[in-house]
Design a protein around this ligand. Structure first.
Ligand code: SF4
Length: 378
């Protein structure tokens, strides 16, 4: 078995205007029945082996689940796979779906880390994004989270919102710092196909931030957050010392993980790795689980070539970058022999730093990471 578990909860109160994740408002009874399906799916996987080091409830809006449902899920997971006593157990929370009582219930159920989807503290931007909560609700949720005893809390913010100025972004960052969370994730808005935003904001829309403004926002976040003691440990993530996301670090290190639920992805470390996902509609997922044979969608047995590319893209996301010895242990050849002059060229462009033992992205390399990654297809 794997040591990391991801559980996808594909329900949201309403769809946000920018969102392309698999989620929709729950229909009659769906939310109540969903944990049973997850448990059935879990039991279909082999048990035993190493106890789970991290569990992540993502979505969608997993904070729509009731504390007793989460407690039962964790109990079943523990029975089936074992949960390490110091496991990180994260729940994504939408500020519009929780109160003091539910947060205390989540804590009592065994959740020990929350990821609060604030996105913005500006009422106009929240409306534009189609979020279901106000800034005041986000502040209140954060206070209630502390009152419930959570000491490991992450918040999400999005920059480069339509018509957002650099000054407004600075105000957002100051609000975030005033809350004093242990972890902050910062994303630049991307316009996803098929969303209402794709219709409202075509490529050439003047409301969208250009590359220079987005870069300034990325830099400002880096300056303010690192200046306040946060470590910029991954392209989009900042943490106080000791509070990096263990679960997500596992993704970037290519640990194996199992995904349960609609559209959940899994990665098994067999050979160079196997990736697959669950069906992305509730109907198909339900049919598969009830029949005892859930189809694996898009199963891909990675080649050595794929695995090297993934290793580079994922490892370079981390500030500590790629360890050259580790690369050689994984693939039996030196990184130099795979990439030749590409690494020195990227270093010459100021995108990478190559030391004797590591390769890391510069801040500029982080900003232009997609360009770097496109050069690293071996
Ligand atoms: S709450 Fe999150 S998952 Fe749900 S629609 Fe909004 S952005 Fe998407």
């Amino acid at each position: 078995m794997v040591k990391r578990l991801y559980i996808h909860v594909p329900f949201c109160v309403e769809k946000c205007h920018y969102c392309a994740f698999i989620s929709s408002p729950p229909q009659n009874g769906e939310l109540g029945e969903y944990p049973d399906l997850l448990i059935r799916e879990l039991r279909g996987h082999p048990s035993g082996g190493e106890a789970l080091a991290s569990i992540y409830f993502g979505g969608g809006t997993p904070s729509l689940l009731q504390p007793p449902q989460l407690a039962r899920l964790l109990e079943e997971i523990n029975k089936h796979s074992g949960i390490s006593p110091d496991a990180e157990i994260t729940l994504e929370v939408n500020p519009g779906t929780v109160d003091q009582s539910s947060l205390k219930g989540f804590r009592a159920a065994g959740i020990n880390r929350l990821s609060l989807g604030i996105q913005s503290f500006d009422e106009n931007h929240l409306k534009c994004l189609g979020r279901i909560h106000t800034a005041e609700q986000s502040h209140r949720a954060f206070q209630d989270i502390r009152a419930a005893g959570f000491t490991n809390v992450s918040i999400d913010l999005i920059h480069s919102l339509p018509n957002q100025t650099l000054g407004q972004w600075q105000t957002e960052l100051n609000h975030a710092l005033n809350l004093d969370p242990e972890h902050i994730s910062i994303y630049g808005l991307t316009i996803e196909e098929g969303t209402p935003f794709a219709h409202s904001y075509p490529d050439n829309s003047p409301a969208l931030a250009d590359e220079d403004l987005s870069a300034d926002m990325f830099d400002l976040a880096d300056t303010l957050l690192t200046g306040s003691g946060f470590e910029h440990y991954e392209i989009a993530n900042y943490a106080r010392s000791g509070y990096q996301s263990q679960h997500n670090n596992g993704y970037w290190r290519r640990d194996g993980y199992l995904g349960l639920g609609v559209a959940a992805h899994s990665f098994l470390r067999e050979g160079y790795g196997i990736r697959f996902s669950n069906p992305d509609t509730l109907e198909e997922y339900l049919r598969g689980v009830l029949s005892g044979k859930l189809p694996r969608i898009g199963e891909q047995q990675l080649t050595r070539h794929d695995a090297i590319a993934e290793y580079m893209f994922l490892g370079l996301r981390l500030a500590k970058g790629i360890d050259l010895n580790h690369f050689e242990q994984e693939f039996g050849v030196s990184l130099q022999s795979v990439y030749g002059s590409v690494i020195p060229e990227l270093a010459g462009l100021g995108l990478l730093i190559q030391s004797e033992s590591t390769i890391t992205l510069t801040k500029r390399g982080m900003l232009l990471s997609n360009q770097v990654f496109s050069r690293l297809l071996p």
